[in-house]
Ligand binder design. Structure first.
Ligand SMILES: [Zn+2]
Length: 398
């Protein structure tokens, strides 16, 4: 528990009451709908969190609160499942928990990154810290689009709008789904890439504002749409990518996509040495064990590899679907849509494998480079979304 310091008081919980902007406010007779908030895990298992107040910030463990004056610095670590904070004056506060939230209408920094939204630290994984940022959904989208589509500008505004609707839908579905874990979303590509400090340019701001409150619905339900960088000419079915039943993803069809040919990853070539495959795919420490063949057993409907067989003197290993690209080499292959060509040594064993492939990412749902290609040809964001999410419609959060 944090001791009360002179002048400290319980921090009043601020409530935001913002209009969701699907309909112009002047024609709405309904009371304002509170804007959804999202909690994003911006760090896992941090060794230490150095919080420096840029304005006055309050540190609260849920019962008491202490102020950090501008320039004050706290270093927070985890010990035996509890938090310990060392203040700038050298005072050590122990046994804090279960969480510690920094908030205020203020700016502060976390390990040098400037933030101005509530940040909660809690112990994670023995000696590490989980850092969760809480912010309004629309503001969160600025940080997602900057990371996911930072290379798009005004000429691709409609693609940015399509991305905003897709990312908003994904986040909206995840809000509150796992209350026990203390946050809604990861900040990497396992959910959506997000950087709270990434600068959002004018095109991104416009795309988020122009689609405010809009999400994707299929058969009457808002869904969490998958998307990826580059499909390479045709998008994938979920069953091809992950082995899951396509009936669970009625919005996901395999569609032809000529629009992503502008992507630098539309076609690619990678060479993987045999030793890397022995270590990664076969899980063997002795990387001198010879691989005798690498072959594609079968493909999915779009052409992506369904099963890849690695034959070695230790036996046969079969790798499946999209996971193949992470299992083969230290650096993941761009996609699972490829041909293989074995290069052999003088004994006839495989020395390396050359992969010639198409696309970047799992291939399911919207292709971001394809969306940019469609935008450059003058297609609107609703058309773009309909191309990749066939049975979907754009609706407003109520
Ligand atoms: Zn594509």
């Amino acid at each position: 528990m944090i001791p009360r310091l002179a002048g400290s008081s319980l921090f009043p919980l601020a409530t935001l009451s913002l209009l969701i902007g699907c309909a112009p406010a002047y024609i709405s007779q309904k009371p304002p709908t509170p804007e959804p908030m999202v909690r994003v895990a911006i760090h896992h298992r941090l060794e230490a969190a150095v919080i420096e107040a840029l304005d006055t910030v309050w540190a609260s463990d849920g019962i008491h609160a202490s102020p950090l004056a501008p320039g004050n610095r706290w270093t927070v670590t985890a010990r035996q499942g509890r938090l310990v904070a060392e203040t700038g004056a050298g005072t050590v506060i122990g046994e804090i928990g279960p969480g510690l939230t920094f908030r205020g209408r203020a700016r502060f920094s976390l390990n040098g990154t400037a933030l101005d939204r509530p940040l909660t630290l809690s112990p994670e994984g023995g000696a590490g810290l989980l850092a969760v940022l809480e912010l309004p959904l629309e503001e969160y989208l600025l940080g997602v689009l900057s990371k996911e589509m930072g290379n798009a500008g005004g000429a691709e505004l409609e693609a940015l709008k399509a991305q905003a609707v897709a990312a908003r839908s994904f986040a909206y579905v995840k809000i509150g789904k796992k209350p026990e874990q203390g946050y809604d979303l990861e900040s990497d590509v396992s959910h959506q890439a997000f950087d709270p400090s990434a600068p959002a340019g004018p095109a991104i701001r416009k795309a988020v504002e122009k689609t405010r409150g809009q999400v994707l619905s299929c058969r009457g339900r808002v869904f969490a749409p998958n998307y990826h960088s580059t499909c390479g000419g045709r998008t994938a079915l979920p069953s091809e990518a992950w082995g899951t039943a396509d009936s669970l993803f009625p919005w996901a069809k395999s569609v032809r996509d000529p629009y992503c040919a502008v992507s630098p990853r539309f076609q690619w070539r990678e060479r993987v040495p045999s030793a890397a495959m022995v270590r990664r795919a076969l899980g063997l420490a002795d990387t001198t064990i010879p691989i005798t063949d690498v072959s594609i057993m079968d493909r999915g409907p779009s052409g992506r590899v369904n099963r890849l067989k690695i034959r070695s003197q230790a036996g046969d290993t079969v790798l499946f679907r999209d996971r193949i690209r992470f299992q083969l080499a230290d650096k993941a292959l761009p996609s699972s849509w490829f041909d293989v060509s074995c290069r052999r040594d003088e004994l006839g064993n495989v020395a390396s494998v050359e992969f010639t492939g198409k696309g970047f990412g799992h291939g399911v749902g919207m292709c971001q480079w394809g969306a940019m290609g469609m935008a450059r040809e003058g297609r609107g964001y609703r058309k773009i979304l309909k191309h990749y999410y066939r049975e979907s419609e754009v609706v407003c959060i109520r």
